[in-house]
Design a protein around this ligand. Structure first.
Ligand SMILES: [Ca+2]
Length: 492
């Protein structure tokens, strides 16, 4: 059975804590008490809370602290001022669902097997990061777009892919990834309960596909934010893992087709009088609205006096989009990178990652350690003092967080592959980046295929972060070396 509106009881504990002093007795009392009474007594066991903010389709260049000039993100920039900014972090994939699967499982797409947005649900059997931390005594919650336990009708809510079956005591938001296009849906889900959003009415036109509202009153982002804050208040005295997977600034793609503007936001705020196309005002206003909520989140953590024992991470699920009337060039959303959503070039997969944890992470620091979404699971396990499962691809980036770069274990390479767009493989190997282009299909013209140039292209990111000069003919030995690694690991 799935949960109703209250969180489920955390599971049994399994600890291997070397560097945390645990108050096991008080923690067990809270575990047995369940959600309703957890907040009545402190059971801080020394382990940090983890708040993982992941936004949707935000580019490497969309934040002030990563070079954005026109969109204001003062609160996120403040996170970087007070914490650490990663320069070489890679999303799990270049589109939503496979990126999330990588995050949950700590495996790259060569092992999850999902390389596009095709249907896929969790089975309830996988060792998700939420399941692992729940088992160790963490309260586990999330808000936002789930994507991995599809629910088209309310009758389908009780399914093996539901977040409550995959480690989350609590989830509030969208189950269906397509429905998440609509920022004014008639309802969201709180665990297994359908929660109506007042005043929103779906446009019945066929081209709206049930994902555009004709009456727009209740903005889903605001409700998901409130749910996240309620979760924090409930668990302020207990170690918790909270995923805030906001859908901003993803486009309402159907809204873009029906209304010529898919960048849905209640108001344009500081950008109302700008001489910009409407979707661009909307894009900027969405990000700045979300940024203000990051500020509210930080004030809440301080109000509850838990900000010093809370690690806050901020990232994006893939590169910037070109949808809903928005053009990624308008704000230079990929910065100096080439490519955008659906590309294996850096612009499609390299994303911001900011980490703030007072007194643990040195303020205003930068890490160039190449890392990826699949590193989050072992990182969270290390923070919780538990062993990650065997066979994952991720490596904990805790040493980088703590400024111990000499202790940071490195990836031999970082791997991504995609069935979408013109490029099919992207490999980061030291300073090198190898990109595979699809072959031209002469019989059935593939509009996504490259009509010119080589299938495998090599770039030196230290001198060419924009991937403009293909060095595959200058350094064929590097191409051969990377391909040999892929063959060894059955990825080619
Ligand atoms: Ca996305």
């Amino acid at each position: 059975m799935l949960n109703s509106s209250n969180d489920a009881l955390p599971g049994p504990c399994r600890f291997r804590s070397l560097w945390f002093s645990l108050a096991i007795t008080s923690m067990m009392a809270a575990v047995q008490a369940g959600d309703r009474t957890i907040s009545s007594g402190s059971d801080d066991d020394g382990r940090p809370n983890i708040v993982y903010i992941m936004v949707d389709d935000l580019g490497y260049g969309d934040l002030g602290c990563y070079g954005q000039q026109r969109i204001r993100t003062p609160n996120i920039d403040q996170l970087a001022t007070e914490g650490l900014r990663f320069t070489d972090h890679y999303a799990g994939h270049t589109v939503c669902r496979p990126s999330r699967l990588v995050l949950w499982l700590g495996q790259h797409v060569g092992h999850t097997g999902l390389t596009g947005n095709r249907p896929r649900s969790l089975t309830g059997q996988e060792q998700t990061v939420a399941k692992l931390l729940k088992r160790s005594g963490y309260a586990t919650g999330g808000v936002g777009k789930w994507s991995l336990g599809n629910v088209n009708t309310p009758a389908e809510i009780d399914n093996a892919g539901h977040p409550n079956r995959n480690g989350f005591d609590y989830w509030y938001g969208y189950m269906n990834q397509g429905n998440a296009h609509n920022y004014y849906p008639p309802f969201l889900w709180e665990n297994a309960t359908q929660v109506p959003l007042k005043g929103n009415v779906i446009n019945p036109a066929p081209q709206a596909r049930g994902r555009v509202s004709s009456q727009r009153v209740s903005y889903s982002h605001d409700f998901m934010t409130q749910a996240a804050f309620r979760f924090i208040r409930r668990h302020k005295s207990h170690p918790f893992l909270l995923h805030i997977h906001w859908t901003i600034p993803h486009a309402n793609n159907e809204g873009g087709r029906v209304n010529k503007d898919g960048m849905e936001v209640p108001d344009y705020g500081a950008y109302a009088n700008r001489d910009w196309p409407q979707p661009e005002k909307g894009f900027a206003a969405m990000i700045t609205r979300m940024d203000a909520d990051v500020g509210r989140l930080m004030r809440l953590l301080k109000e509850l006096k838990i900000d010093e024992r809370t690690l806050v991470l901020f990232t994006s699920d893939n590169g910037p989009h070109n949808e809903g009337g928005h053009k990624h060039e308008f704000f230079n959303s990929n910065g100096a990178l080439t490519g955008f959503k659906r590309s294996m070039h850096e612009g499609g997969i390299r994303v911001p990652l900011i980490a703030r944890w007072p007194k643990k992470i040195a303020p205003g620091t930068v890490a160039d350690h190449p890392s990826g979404f699949y590193d989050f699971l072992p990182t969270a396990c290390a923070l919780a003092g538990i062993d990650p499962p065997q066979g994952i691809d991720g490596i904990s980036y805790v040493p980088s967080l703590l400024g111990q770069s000499d202790r940071q274990r490195k990836h031999e390479y970082l791997y991504c592959a995609s069935q979408e767009g013109a490029t099919s493989v992207g490999v980061r190997y030291g300073k090198w980046k190898l990109v595979r282009y699809r072959k031209q299909n002469k019989r059935r013209k593939n509009k996504n295929a490259s009509s010119a140039g080589r299938e495998w292209r090599l770039y030196d990111l230290t001198s060419d972060i924009g991937e403009q000069r293909d060095l595959s003919q200058v350094h064929p030995e590097v191409v051969q070396k990377i391909m040999a690694l892929l063959k060894r690991d059955r990825l080619l």
